[in-house]
Design a protein around this ligand. Structure first.
Ligand code: COA
Length: 310
């Protein structure tokens, strides 16, 4: 049904935009706040505006090998609930600007943070860009928070940069570089002095996807019963458990916890959260360092740790 599809979470997918999305686009853009917070989306938004947008999308699709404007959809129904675009993206260019909107009924549910995380990863790995930037009205606190959570750096304040409805508005500039984004993941893994460890999992394929797509780690080998994850030089085995073995929680792991060292725990926390990691609680900070725990899809425990600053 779609020529292109990226999975953001079990609930959300990103695909190309289709002509059949017209009604959903018009519906979503009846919300005036979206017009107020964006640079070029018109208001009121009706048939003519949607036809113009869809014609542009058709034109783009015919000249692009990979889509640069994506529909945000509910995976269950395929309904379009928002749009995420890389603006003025040139195939030969090293940078792209992003812009997005989400239907009001979905605001505040963390969707856009996860979408942005996935989309920037796609742009760095598939579209060949090394810099992604965003311009946001300074009054748009939700959008600024989304960018911060994904790891964008604040690069500047452009005073009175934009004119909207006769009002001069300040604009904040945010940027994210490819090497910076990579570096935000864990740097080093310690497993209580061991040099290998295994976790029992119910579904090796699903589990390996979590370690690869969410934690950004490399899978060294994989079959139906075993996968080896490269934890920056240390090997973590994902071992398919029989139902009886797995039900005995004491046997679920080989007696150690994977601890991933990071240099800035608050950033790493936001970064992994934006990728869908479910933490067991807030970051705990004390004099011997900071840490926060999370689990893989099978409930195996992992830790992020920041050593105390000297
Ligand atoms: C901006 C927008 C895409 C955010 O989508 P979303 O799915 O609600 O975003 P998320 O839920 O992932 O994150 C929103 C964050 O902003 C925070 N936030 C929301 N309103 C806020 C406010 N007024 N002040 C401070 N923070 C705010 C939320 O608490 C959340 O942060 P948290 O996870 O730390 O609590 C959506 O609001 C939207 O479409 N707005 C209109 C169009 C728009 O602004 N587009 C962007 C133009 S640059």
């Amino acid at each position: 049904m779609f020529q292109f599809q990226l999975s953001v979470s079990p609930e959300i997918i990103l695909t190309e935009i289709q002509d059949s999305d017209k009604a959903a686009i018009i519906d979503g853009l009846q919300e005036k706040e979206i017009y107020r917070q964006t640079f070029s989306i018109p208001y009121p938004y009706g048939d003519a505006e949607a036809d113009w947008f869809l014609a542009r999308m058709r034109e783009k699709r015919s000249s692009e090998t990979k889509p640069t404007t994506l529909a945000i959809r509910l995976a269950k129904t395929n309904k379009l609930i928002g749009v995420f675009g890389f603006h003025d993206f040139e195939p030969s260019g090293h940078k792209a600007e992003i812009g997005y909107w989400l239907g009001k009924e979905h605001w505040g549910s963390g969707i856009l943070t996860k979408v942005t995380g996935k989309a920037v990863e796609y742009a760095f790995s598939e579209l060949g860009v090394t810099r992604i930037f965003a311009k946001v009205f300074s009054r748009n606190k939700a959008s600024i928070r989304v960018l911060q959570k994904v790891g964008f750096q604040h690069e500047g304040l452009l005073r009175n940069d934009s004119m909207k409805d006769g009002e001069l508005l300040d604009v904040d500039l945010f940027g994210l570089l490819k090497n910076e984004y990579r570096a935000m993941g864990s740097e080093l893994v310690m497993i209580n002095g061991l040099d290998n460890i295994y976790y029992f999992v119910t579904d090796v394929k699903k589990s390996a996807e979590f370690y690869r797509d969410v934690l950004g780690l490399k899978i060294l080998d994989q079959d139906d019963y075993w996968a080896t994850v490269d934890l920056h030089g240390v090997r973590l085995g994902l071992h398919k458990a029989s139902t009886t073995e797995f039900s005995k929680s004491a046997e679920r792991r080989s007696g150690a916890t994977v601890t991933m060292n990071v240099s800035e725990i608050d950033k790493a926390y936001d970064f992994y959260k934006s990728r869908g990691v479910k933490f067991l609680g807030p970051v705990s900070k004390n004099s011997w360092g900071s840490h926060v725990s999370f689990t893989d899809p099978d409930g195996n425990l992992l830790d992020l740790r920041e050593a105390p600053k000297k």
